[in-house]
Every structure is written in C-alpha cells, then in structure tokens.
Design a protein. Structure first.
Length: 229
C-alpha cells in the first residue's frame, strides 16, 4: 500500500503566533530616530517579517543614501534593545496555544522558524509553552532569513521531513515568498496586518484570520491528526 507522508507545519512567530508585529514597528521607529532617520510607520510595517539585515538594506531606497556598516549595525542593535523592552506587552494571538497543543496531541510535526534572533524571540517563545523536542529556528542559525528560504529548510531538516511535505504558516508576504522559494505550500494569516489580497497574490494557498481560525480549518490543509484510518 502506498502511504504518503503527513504534512508538517512550519510556523512563523511574530504576527503568526504572537501579537508582536506592532512592537517591532515601534522598535524600528525608535532605532531609526536615534540614527536621525525619519520614516513613516506604514513604510516600516511593510518590511516587518524580513530579516533585520535586509530591512536595513531596504532603507537605502527610502532615504536616498547609503549607510555605513557601523550605522547599519547600530540601527539593528537599537531595534533589538527597544523590542526587548516592548516585548513585555506581547501576548499569544487568539488560538495560538490551542493550535500548538492540538498539533502536538494529534502527532502532527511542527516547528517554529523566525527571522528574529533568539535574543528578541525569547520572551515570546516562553509564552507559547513549547514542548521539549520541538525545533525553534532563529536567524542565529542560518545564513539568511526571510525572504530567503533558509529558515524553513532548516526547520524541515530538524523535523526530518521533506520540505515538499511541509506547510509554511506566516503573516507576511515575506513568509509566503520564502515558502515558494523553498517549494513548500504557503498559508497566510491576517494577524500581522497584511491584507488577504496581498497574501494571496504572493502565493498563499489559504488565508485565515489568526491561529484560532486556522485551528478550525486544519482539515482544509489535510491535517488529519491521530492514526490513519
């Protein structure tokens, strides 16, 4: 009998499992202001979800001038420090804990893959009560974060599953682009502030409101759970 592999879920963190996107926006705004750069909040939000290094690189087109390596490093460091302070107010999104508990209880493999460093992600991860053995991949562990596919490829490798059998769940177009580059199915959530049309245009197979909505529609992704009939 031919038996296909069960799909595994590779989950983004900020805006997907925890309500932290706007804290990142404010942290970047503070860091940029310290560097003497005035950038509108909405333009910052459009880049949350990509790696911090690429975010700083993207600034060049906005401010019309190059930044020195010292300035770039200073901006990234100030963002990280500001976010660590602001992350005290971060909470799991509705349904996030229940989703992760359901996946674990039914034997579905899952991992977390975030563009943030462990330093910025630690407080959020602690709130999710992640079971021992569940892989958590951060930017510290790969050469390039999103929209490069490295994070998701590393997460699939940790789970010992083919990336073709994985479903990437994220809240930004950068997540969906990384999923496509990894050749994984991409699923979008609206809980990070991107619109449904943006996520679908980027290539999302399905778009749900938040983790609670995803939990109620796992069957649409072929997540069966438990033993096969």
């Amino acid at each position: 009998m031919i038996e296909s592999a069960r799909p595994a879920l590779l989950l983004d963190l900020d805006g997907t499992l925890v309500d932290s996107v706007y804290q990142h926006v404010v942290a970047w705004r503070e860091a940029l202001e310290r560097a003497g750069i005035d950038l509108s909040i909405w333009k910052i939000h459009r880049r949350v979800g990509m790696s911090g290094g690429l975010f700083v690189t993207a600034l060049r087109s906005e401010i019309g001038r190059d930044l020195t390596s010292v300035q770039e490093e200073s901006i990234r460091r100030d963002h990280d420090l500001a976010f660590q302070r602001l992350s005290r107010d971060v909470r799991p999104l509705p349904g996030a804990l229940e989703l992760l508990e359901r996946l674990s209880a039914e034997g579905t493999l899952w991992a977390i893959a975030t563009s943030g460093t462990m330093a910025t992600a630690r407080a959020s991860l602690e709130q999710l009560r992640i079971p021992a053995g569940v892989p958590v991949i951060t930017h510290d562990q790969v050469a390039f974060a999103k929209p490069n596919p490295d994070l998701f490829l590393a997460a699939a490798a940790e789970l010992k599953v083919s990336i073709a059998d994985a479903i990437v769940v994220g809240d930004s177009t950068w997540d969906i682009l990384a999923a496509r580059r990894a050749q994984a199915l991409g699923v979008g959530l609206l809980s990070g502030g991107y619109g449904r049309a943006e996520l679908e245009t980027a290539g999302a197979f399905r778009v749900y409101d938040d983790p609670a909505d995803l939990l109620g529609h796992l069957y649409e992704l072929g997540i069966r759970g438990g033993r096969r009939p």
